[in-house]
Write a protein that binds this ligand. Structure first.
Ligand SMILES: *[C@@H]1O[C@H](CO)[C@@H](O)[C@H](O)[C@H]1NC(C)=O
Ligand SMILES: *[C@@H]1O[C@H](CO)[C@@H](O)[C@H](O)[C@H]1NC(C)=O
Ligand SMILES: *[C@@H]1O[C@H](CO)[C@@H](O)[C@H](O)[C@H]1NC(C)=O
Ligand SMILES: [Zn+2]
Length: 361
């Protein structure tokens, strides 16, 4: 794809805000730790493993979630593995031409101590969610040093595990000047927050403590979930948010307050979140309305993709121009959860690379 002039221009100057660390692991690394730890995997080669773990035609949510069961036991609970996937993630993103990335994960899903129930049916060990965060932070920092890009992290609460949420927000507070920039809520959107007060309390604590907030909403779920994310949880960005366009009044309101949508085109096709007809994708509406959104990969291991895939889809099927790619990346940088000074530095870098005069976006 580097032959493509549009990609060439953005190479080294992309901003990605929505990607899951545990959905972005290298298959080689999964095989290595599976073997080392004696944990069975569905294949012994990258090709065989990917046959189970990745896919390229739409699947239901339960089928999608099953994918993680195949390989997470090989990684979760292992200190070396957790640090290494964070480090390799930064290398992968540097190679994809990303200048700044916010990578998210649930510390509990990578731990094997102090988590109940044990997420992958592992035996109890001694890696706590707190230490997982320290290891990921270290891996990201080593990666930043070696691959010369900027990487920050977002800690995920899980909709089906409200009992984990208070600890997630405490970890955000503890590590807020040390790689962690925000809290997220991920998982099954049929579980509404109004029925789980722990999530709401955790987000209230995040507001009180100056922790930035994003929420997965309006992906599989309806526009009402986006409304809940913004007005109940006080999300500053919405993960996906596609179904917001089905409530024109809400959509208009969110355009007015410049809400940022973290759009993941290839993911939205494979999870069935949007119509398989790309020409009917809500991001076309977002583009027309000059909404505030970014383009992201979500789970590149499972979707067997790089960010070029997502840029390629919108260029080929949705009429994205060079001007829109610039605007998207500038908006992503502006909506990042970096402290103000670092955000301005990133923006300066992008304006320069794009040959733009600031504020002419
Ligand atoms: C993954 O994508 C690559 C090229 O992008 C392709 O060659 C390969 O066959 C794909 N693998 C699977 C398992 O879909
Ligand atoms: C992070 O930095 C801010 C601003 O310098 C400070 O107010 C806050 O107490 C720090 N938080 C931690 C956990 O160190
Ligand atoms: C997106 O949000 C950021 C942060 O609030 C803001 O600076 C930017 O202007 C917004 N972009 C649009 C197109 O509304
Ligand atoms: Zn996601």
């Amino acid at each position: 794809s580097l032959q493509n002039p549009i990609f060439q221009q953005y190479w080294g100057n992309r901003v990605e805000l929505h990607v899951h660390l545990d959905g972005a692991i290298r298959p080689e690394t999964i095989l290595y730790f599976g073997k080392k730890r004696g944990i069975p995997l569905p294949g012994d080669t990258v090709e065989e493993l990917l046959k189970y773990v990745s896919y390229d035609t739409p699947l239901t949510l339960p089928k999608f979630l099953e994918k993680f069961n195949y390989y997470m036991p090989a990684i979760a609970g292992d200190r070396e593995a957790v640090k290494r996937i964070a480090y390799e993630f930064v290398e992968t993103k540097a190679k994809e031409g990303v200048a700044y990335v916010e990578v998210r994960y649930s510390p509990h899903l990578l731990a094997n101590s102090g988590v109940a129930p044990m997420p992958w049916g592992q035996t109890e060990g001694d890696l706590t969610p707190d230490e997982v965060v320290q290891l990921v932070n270290q891996g990201l920092k080593d990666g930043e040093r070696d691959f010369h890009i900027k990487a920050r992290s977002i800690l995920c609460c899980m909709r089906h595990m409200p009992s984990w949420s208070p600890e997630v927000v405490e970890l955000c507070k503890k590590y807020q000047n040390d790689s962690v920039v925000a809290v997220d809520l991920a998982g099954d959107e049929t579980l509404k927050v109004e029925d789980y007060s722990e999530h709401k309390k955790a987000y209230e604590e995040a507001v009180r403590s100056g922790i930035h907030r994003t929420v997965h909403a309006g992906e599989a779920g309806p526009a009402a979930m986006v409304k809940e994310a913004v007005y109940v949880l006080k999300a500053e960005r919405v993960g996906h948010g596609y179904h917001v366009v089905e409530d024109p009044e809400l959509y208009k309101e969110l355009l007015k307050i410049k809400m940022h949508f973290e759009v993941c085109p290839w993911s939205s096709y494979l999870t069935g979140a949007c119509s398989p007809d790309f020409t009917k994708h809500p991001v076309i509406q977002f583009k027309k309305d000059r909404a505030n959104y970014s383009l992201n990969t979500d789970d590149p291991l499972i979707f067997n993709s790089t960010i070029d895939k997502d840029y390629g889809i919108v260029k080929e099927h949705m009429g994205f121009t060079e001007e829109e790619f610039k605007r998207v990346n500038i908006n992503a940088a502006q909506s990042s959860f970096l402290p103000e000074k670092e955000k301005q530095e990133l923006l300066t870098q992008l304006y320069k690379a794009y040959g733009m005069v600031p504020n002419a976006s």
